[in-house]
Design a protein around this ligand. Structure first.
Ligand code: HEC
Ligand code: HEC
Ligand code: HEC
Ligand code: HEC
Ligand code: HEC
Ligand code: HEC
Ligand code: HEC
Ligand code: HEC
Ligand code: HEC
Length: 422
């Protein structure tokens, strides 16, 4: 018995040491200890901020450490920042894209995270990339200017500079900076114009996810201004129906230099909701900006405007009539039918707006004449209903008058009888 305990004690002791929490955590720590993080978190200012910001990042979670971008030896505190250990210090702008894409262009690393690997290749074709690599221009955007150095976040994180609603400001940080852009001689009003445009207001104020931010028109990593030939394509990514009609217009079919494209009639950063006044206006983005009032082209615009204006007016009258009859007690079953008709007319009018891009008066009239006839029918029907209601009212008043007269006559009779009885 005593002998058994004599053998068991050392075995139990050894097992206890191996499975003790301390032993396990020490093993884990050899993987986790990173002398860069350890030392820098006790320093000050930017040397410490690097750690604080990195700790919030997607990189920290994915196990991307200081030495993955700066080089150096993360196990040797004394020689961590030695050039011999591959330490590069603060990376120069022209080296940043290569550092990031060591991982981000690697399909085997990125597959696991379901991320694309085309950023570096696209970046090389952008104005930013071309100026950086070919001209050594370090003012342009590198990966870190748009994503940050240490607090790199997912595009789905509302705090991220590339979260959809934050993109315009991220680009505007440089593109609205007059000092930075002076030497390039390009405008610095893109953010200002965009934020006041219909697209910009829908994005920034209404949180509409379908309107374009800067990168939907310029490309995310391949940021360039869309050329004249591909502007229609840029807009048609979203406005596909209108683009199809535009492609049937003389502006597209006449092959001459300087023919108008979407932005010649709508602008690019300042796009607003257009009105029919464009057809007769004289501003640079109106028909009158290019065509003389006497020209057949301008007359085409005048005709289109007249057609659409008439349809709009009758549609409005029809809707007003429905509102009126609803208030004055029309038959709700019959009104339901009329409302369906007006919905149909509205759809036709919206179609006519898109069709107007083909500049074919016949095609437009085909739609607007339907709007006109449906709206007129509805208004006529309602006129009939109003007449009925009026007639019914007259009938009711007449009945009450008759009943009143009968009551008066009966009372007279009753008085006469009372007198006879007395
Ligand atoms: C023992 C502390 C210590 C360790 C370990 C350490 N650093 Fe530093 N690091 C510093 C100090 C102090 C400075 C500022 C003075 C200097 O530049 O030498 C600094 C500066 C830096 C800078 C800025 C360099 C510059 O040119 O301004 C970078 C980048 C950096 N460290 C990255 C790293 C990385 C990556 C590691 C790990 C491989 C690391 N550090 C490990 C203490 C440390
Ligand atoms: C994803 C790559 C990446 C990682 C990971 C990274 N850095 Fe950096 N770091 C950069 C870039 C890029 C810059 C410089 C950008 C610039 O300003 O031009 C930078 C700059 C710095 C600077 C200079 C001061 C500053 O903030 O601009 C220090 C110090 C620094 N890093 C330390 C660290 C430490 C410590 C860690 C780990 C906690 C770390 N970095 C992790 C990319 C990285
Ligand atoms: C050592 C490899 C490595 C390096 C170097 C690296 N990254 Fe990453 N990065 C990753 C991994 C892995 C992820 C995926 C993290 C996740 O999705 O959880 C990631 C995620 C990202 C994301 C988030 C993508 C999203 O929307 O989900 C961005 C942005 C990013 N990195 C930018 C950069 C930039 C900019 C640099 C250079 C300054 C850089 N990375 C350097 C490995 C790296
Ligand atoms: C001019 C600004 C800008 C530059 C420069 C830039 N990015 Fe991006 N990046 C963005 C924006 C904006 C998004 C979000 C796109 C979206 O919402 O689809 C993004 C998305 C990403 C993503 C998320 C995955 C994806 O493809 O949607 C990664 C990873 C990434 N960038 C890495 C990089 C790397 C690496 C570089 C440098 C080679 C770089 N970026 C340069 C603005 C930039
Ligand atoms: C770090 C500053 C910086 C940031 C951030 C930045 N850019 Fe740039 N960008 C520049 C500089 C500098 C140029 C060079 C100007 C030139 O060549 O005319 C440029 C050029 C351009 C051009 C070509 C202009 C032309 O016609 O010459 C476009 C388009 C552009 N950037 C779009 C964007 C978009 C979109 C974003 C945001 C996703 C963005 N930029 C973010 C600095 C920046
Ligand atoms: C609806 C599409 C669209 C959106 C959104 C858009 N742009 Fe543009 N941008 C264009 C077009 C088209 C051009 C080229 C105009 C030309 O060639 O005359 C252009 C030109 C530019 C230029 C070249 C200089 C200039 O002003 O002509 C820069 C820089 C630029 N945009 C930056 C931005 C930034 C930053 C944003 C976001 C705040 C943005 N763009 C949003 C379509 C767009
Ligand atoms: C990413 C998709 C997208 C792109 C690219 C885009 N748009 Fe839009 N645009 C929209 C959406 C969505 C609306 C409607 C917003 C709303 O609900 O009012 C809109 C609205 C408009 C309007 C106002 C429409 C109205 O009802 O009065 C005009 C004009 C317009 N866009 C023109 C353009 C032009 C020109 C271009 C190309 C230079 C362009 N858009 C590129 C999505 C886009
Ligand atoms: C020759 C001038 C001209 C050109 C080119 C042009 N538009 Fe228009 N666009 C107009 C006018 C005028 C209106 C307002 C009247 C109307 O709606 O019919 C309008 C209306 C619109 C509307 C709002 C009406 C609706 O149906 O939603 C959008 C969106 C639009 N255009 C987009 C585009 C796109 C995208 C292109 C390029 C494919 C383009 N436009 C090309 C003149 C033009
Ligand atoms: C940016 C200048 C520009 C704008 C804006 C513009 N056009 Fe044109 N348009 C042209 C040019 C150039 C031609 C080709 C004329 C030629 O063949 O010499 C043309 C041709 C036409 C034609 C066919 C040829 C003809 O003379 O009948 C019609 C129709 C037309 N435009 C109508 C319009 C209408 C309607 C608008 C406004 C919605 C408009 N255009 C806005 C430049 C413009």
């Amino acid at each position: 018995m005593k002998k058994a305990i004599f053998y068991q004690i050392p075995i139990i002791t050894i097992l206890c040491i191996i499975f003790s929490p301390h032993f396990i955590s020490a093993q884990e720590q050899t993987e986790k200890i990173n002398v860069c993080v350890d030392c820098h978190q006790n320093l000050e200012d930017t040397l410490k901020d690097a750690v604080t910001n990195w700790q919030e990042s997607v990189h920290k979670k994915a196990g991307v450490f200081c030495n993955d971008c700066h080089g150096g030896d993360s196990n040797d505190s004394d020689n961590a920042m030695d050039e011999k250990a591959g330490f590069i210090g603060i990376p120069k702008p022209k080296d940043i894209p290569k550092i990031c894409s060591r991982c981000h262009s690697d399909v085997t690393i990125m597959r696991k995270y379901n991320l694309k690997t085309d950023q570096f290749n696209l970046y090389k074709t952008s104005i930013h990339g071309i100026r950086l690599f070919e001209k050594g221009d370090e003012s342009v955007a590198t990966c870190a200017s748009c994503h940050g150095n240490h607090n790199v976040l997912s595009k789905n994180d509302p705090r991220s500079p590339i979260y959809r609603f934050n993109i315009p400001l991220t680009c505007g940080k440089c593109h609205s900076n007059k000092d930075m852009m002076k030497s390039y001689n390009i405008p610095t009003d893109q953010y200002e114009l965009y934020s006041k445009s219909h697209h910009g207001k829908m994005l920034l104020e209404n949180k509409n996810l379908r309107v374009p931010t800067c990168v939907d028109c310029h490309g995310t990593h391949g940021a360039v201004p869309p050329g004249v030939t591909d502007i229609v394509e840029v807009c048609s990514n979203c406005h596909s129906v209108i683009s199809e009609y535009f492609k049937k217009s003389p502006h597209h079919l006449i092959k001459k230099e300087g023919m108008p494209r979407c932005i010649n009639c709508h602008g690019n950063h300042e796009i607003q909701r257009p009105t029919l006044e464009k057809f007769t206006g004289k501003g640079v983005i109106d028909c009158g900006g290019c065509h003389y009032p006497e020209s057949p082209a301008f007359k085409t615009g005048v005709d289109i405007k007249a057609s659409l204006t008439e349809a709009e007016a009758l549609l409005k009258a029809g809707n007003d009539d429905i509102a009126f009859i609803k208030k004055h007690g029309g038959n709700s079953f019959a009104i339901g039918h009329l409302e369906d008709d007006m919905d149909n007319a509205r759809t036709k009018l919206l179609e006519a707006y898109s069709v107007s891009h083909a500049l074919s008066i016949d095609e437009i009239k085909r739609r607007t004449s339907e709007v006109v006839s449906i709206s007129k029918n509805v208004s006529e029907t309602i006129k009939g209903m109003i007449k009925d209601i009026k007639l019914r009212k007259v009938g009711i008043i007449f009945t009450w008058v008759v009943i009143g007269v009968i009551i008066i006559l009966l009372r007279q009779k009753a008085k006469n009888w009372k007198r006879v009885i007395k």
